[in-house]
Design a protein around this ligand. Sequence first.
Ligand code: SAM
Length: 252
Amino acid sequence: MKQEVRDRLIEGAAALGIALDTAKMQQVESLSILLQDANQQLNLTALQDEEEIAVKHFLDSWTCSTLIDRSGRLVDIGAGAGFPGLALKIIHPDLEVTLVEAVQKKVRFIDTCIKTLNLKGAQVVIGRAEELGRLPKWRESFDFATCRAVGHLALIAEYCIPLLKVNGYLIAQKGKEGLKETKEAEEGIKLLGGQVQDIHRISLPGLEGHCLIRIKKNTKTPERFPRRTGIPRKRPLVSKEWASSLRKSMLK
Ligand code: SAM
């Protein structure tokens, strides 16, 4: 990795309150190389060069670190090539991280990264979030959920909130659309047992316009959520009419 890219990572991390020691930096460099090599064959991510990977994968993932504890159980939904989950595991080694991904070639890549970097307490699970959310093994078992670039906030909420324990948090990484989606998804989030706590704007160079939407789970998620596979994406809990008619039918 070029020294200027390393410096940018160290400075960005410091701005987020993260100290990147030599061991962590080595893991970051190894993951960056694995990603660049695999990308040539598997087309895993649109980001190609090490500077883009440094800023748009690592620093962007680390913005979540200010809102999560250093230990506990975190699930990353729709992890793709492993972000933000793997990047968060590197800086918080005591965090137990489960990455959930539906596409096999991406799962295989994440598994290779976990083994190569020797990330103890990290695992990847192949599957769909809405299916895992119905299984007793996973439902209401995580302290934190992260999710980046998977879809509308209402969709993300239905994927993630059922997996959270009561008092757990969903940290949704969003761009400029974050505020609008928060308004649209607010009622659906309540139906799922959650509440928008706050929105954090990111001001790091290269990540302008990004924000983190923090949602707290206040009560257990009703049994009927998540709905069956494909429905959350087809009919996300956005429109007011849809949300209120659902609430009425739940009260019957
Ligand atoms: N989070 C990564 C990132 O920001 O680099 C990947 C984002 S990628 C655009 C979205 C990923 O979500 C894809 O890899 C896709 O396979 C996965 N995905 C979409 N719906 C999913 C679901 N219901 N359950 C699990 N993974 C899902």
